[in-house]
Design a protein around this ligand. Structure first.
Ligand code: F6R
Length: 348
């Protein structure tokens, strides 16, 4: 199938996911302007816990990955009910749920309230938005109408602003400017109007085809690798693997010898200026896995800052999984199985 036939893309992409993805750089620009109201009043936290699930948690992952080398406040992304015991009064809990209806996040918020842990809600509304409004809690109100995983710009940038506001800045204004420029350039390169020979996202989706994608990152890009996995699963509805060097050199690499490896496609998430031991490990993975694997591809982060790099890989993931969905004839927007789980959980 050709990914350059716009009518084919339109016939599969019935909810205009392509329009939402094309708008992603502007979404990030709008997200950058959003602030918590009222402004959080606490001081600098000793620990930040981002409570979220799925696409909303992913925003926390991206910010935590950006912070690793520079911020002396740990950022813990908590996926699940309640809160870890470490979350005390000197912690800031950010309850992130795009829909505001995710029960795990609602439960985390209730535990934070019970423990009197400072709490900020980042949400487009729902029960979380209503609870925050009724208590007068700091709340970032996000524009509604998107799929949470496609609202990454509305999650990452407000979280950066919340952290900067309490003295735990993760990215500079220059980092954010650069990230927005990088994303704008990518929108032109990856959009449906950009032909396959110039479009790395289309080429990667075609290279993967019917194989199972296995995405490996390094110290920074491993966070993006997990995002690629979940984008393949939610958008293209195909199972995917995610891992990281050096850890996968100690276990997962062993699974790349059998005949089943032909049905898998490796994607290595690389960045310029990798530490030499990391670059060496990526080369070793390529050498050792190539003879057995169905294929090996690389996707390179763009930009210089950690923020630009991680967001550029997340944006590449959105487009690659979009094209893989089109190749499989699957509408990338709806997630009926996720919805069914939520529906069954909410009915007694
Ligand atoms: C759906 C998606 C999911 C949700 C998750 C939590 O597009 O990305 O992974 O993010 O089910 O829902 P929210 O983000 O609304 O709290």
């Amino acid at each position: 199938m050709s990914l350059d036939d716009l009518r084919t893309i339109e016939s599969v992409d019935r909810h205009d996911t392509r329009g939402v993805l094309a708008d992603f750089p502007q979404q990030c620009r709008r997200g950058r302007a959003l602030r918590a109201v009222p402004a959080p009043s606490g001081g600098r936290p000793r620990l930040v816990v981002v409570a979220g699930m799925g696409g909303s948690a992913s925003g926390g992952d991206m910010v935590a990955a950006c912070a690793t080398d520079t911020l002396d406040v740990p950022i813990l992304v908590h996926r699940g009910y309640g809160l870890p015991a470490a979350a005390g009064r000197d912690t800031l809990v950010v309850a992130m749920s795009y829909s505001g209806e995710t029960v795990e996040v609602l439960s985390a918020a209730e535990v934070a309230l019970a423990r009197r842990v400072p709490l900020v809600a980042v949400t487009a509304g729902g029960a979380l938005g209503a609870r925050a409004a009724s208590l007068g809690l700091p709340r970032v109100t996000l524009p509604s109408g998107l799929m949470p995983r496609m609202a990454l710009g509305y999650l990452v940038f407000p979280l950066l602003a919340v952290l900067a506001g309490c003295g735990a800045a993760v990215a500079t204004e220059a980092d954010m400017d650069e990230a927005l420029d990088v994303l704008a350039a990518q929108a032109d390169d990856f959009g449906p109007a950009s032909p396959t020979d110039k479009n790395a996202a289309k080429r990667l989706a075609l290279a993967i085809g019917n194989r199972l994608p296995a995405v490996y990152g390094g110290p920074l890009t491993a966070t993006a690798a997990y995002r690629w996995k979940t984008d393949f699963e939610e958008n293209a509805k195909v199972l995917a693997l995610a891992g990281a060097v050096p850890e996968m050199n100690h276990n997962e690499i062993e699974a790349w010898r059998g005949p089943g490896a032909r049905d898998r496609h490796v994607v290595l998430l690389r960045e310029e200026g990798e530490a030499p031991p990391i670059a060496r490990r990526f080369e070793l993975v390529r050498e050792l896995v190539s003879p057995a694997a169905g294929g090996v591809s690389e996707a390179w982060a763009r930009g210089g800052s950690r923020l630009a790099r991680i967001l550029s890989l997340a944006y590449a993931s959105l487009w690659t999984s979009f094209y893989l969905a089109v190749l499989h004839g699957v509408d990338p927007w709806p997630v009926p199985m996720l919805d069914e789980v939520k529906r069954r959980l909410s009915s007694p």
